[in-house]
Ligand binder design. Structure first.
Ligand code: UD1
Length: 351
């Protein structure tokens, strides 16, 4: 039986791995390594329970650190795991430091790297995620691009071999979640907010400006706060209750997150995955970033970028989106199709 080793470590990867683990297990042994990049219960364990995922065989306790140390520590430990397990391929998702660590270790040990969510580009190399994406794509043997644009991005970098336009596994999960969530989690109109990008959270002046802008919105704001953001507020001695229009809550579990988005007036975020989920749920999204890798969401006004001028937030929230393409991120069967291709690839690998 073929063996695939999946490297996951940050919240969005647990969500992407859930449908993949289920499908891949029909054909091969799936061994999971959790790097420990996200470690708080509500950033990690809650997803394994809720999404009924197998416990990872390996739980590395890398935790938070500067990028070099965090990625390096992961590589040291992953190398031992890969050498012990001798998998036929290593599977990585998205663009986090865990993705890069898995991709580098496997490629240096001459084990094929399979990248799900390949070809995304923000064209902003100040983002660690952009470096992680580019490097991972260039060492991958099999690449699954969620959108036509992602395939084009890869082609412009000379990557045309073993690229599959697969749709997005997060769309598979949203379809499942929609059947499970029945009732609004909050009865009054509200905006849902999530923010964790260093350029929004690490400068206390910037973070306060964003919170001031949220405080001035026409509906109450529910801010599901990432630990990174909470730590920054606490480090500055700021009382999170200072903004009366903003209720700060703990990070949400997956189904709670989808429910909070589905019933919100609009979603305000700097997360990549949330922009996509908002689109899949037919919700207007405002992205507090200068650019996005999910450019398709911008085209008919479903997503609007607001960055320097936070006063534009109000105006952006009032704009109604236009044409909606239900299958923009695939039919909800991406995990099924990707798994079948991986099965064939492992039987006849092309390095
Ligand atoms: C990471 C990914 C980002 C992804 C995000 C999803 C990288 C470079 N970034 O960002 O692409 O969108 O995950 O959430 O890989 N922390 C805790 N508890 C936890 C996890 C984190 O307190 O369980 C705090 C730590 O103080 C840490 C900070 O969050 O300093 C940042 O964590 P880190 O893993 O560096 O990246 P994220 O900001 O979560």
């Amino acid at each position: 039986m073929k063996k695939i080793l999946a490297v996951i470590g940050a919240r969005p990867q647990f969500i992407k791995h859930a449908p993949m683990e289920l499908e891949l297990s029909k054909y091969m042994e799936v061994v999971t390594v959790h790097t420990g990049q996200h470690y708080d219960t509500n950033m990690s364990a809650v997803f394994f329970e809720e999404l009924k995922m197998k416990e990872p065989r390996y739980l590395l306790q890398v935790g938070s650190a500067r990028h070099g140390k965090q990625t390096g520590q992961m590589m040291i430990e992953l190398e031992q795991v890969v050498e012990a397990e001798k998998p036929d391929a290593v599977l990585v998702y998205g663009d986090t430091n865990s993705t890069l660590a898995g991709a580098l270790v496997a490629s240096k040990l001459h084990i094929p790297v399979i990248h799900i969510e390949a070809g995304l580009r923000s064209f902003n190399r100040d983002m660690p995620e952009e470096i992680n994406r580019v490097l991972t794509d260039h060492v991958s043997a099999l690449l699954f691009a969620p959108t036509v644009r992602a395939v084009e991005n890869l082609s412009k970098e000379g990557i045309t071999h073993s690229v599959h336009l697969s749709g997005d596994v997060m769309a598979d999960m949203v379809q499942i979640a929609r059947k499970i969530i029945q009732n609004p989690p909050i009865v009054h109109p509200y905006y849902l907010v999530t923010l964790h990008r260093p350029y929004n959270t690490d400068d206390p002046v910037r973070l306060s400006q964003i919170l001031d802008a949220l405080n001035g919105l026409d509906h109450p704001v529910v801010f599901a706060m990432h630990p990174r953001t909470r730590h920054k507020l606490l480090a500055e001695g700021v009382d999170p209750g200072h903004w009366e229009n903003v209720s700060i809550i703990e990070p949400l579990s997956y189904f709670d997150s989808i429910a909070h988005q589905a019933y919100a007036e609009a979603v305000i975020t700097d997360s990549g995955g949330v922009q996509k989920e908002a689109y899949l749920l037919g919700k207007k999204c405002i992205t507090i970033r200068p650019e996005t890798e999910w450019v398709e969401t911008l085209e008919h006004g479903w997503n609007t970028l607001v960055f320097e001028d936070l006063d534009a937030l109000n105006q952006a929230l009032k704009q109604h989106p236009g044409y909606y393409q239900a299958d923009l991120y695939g039919s909800g069967q991406a995990s099924v199709e990707i798994s079948a291709i991986i099965k064939d690839f492992l039987n006849f690998p092309i390095k």
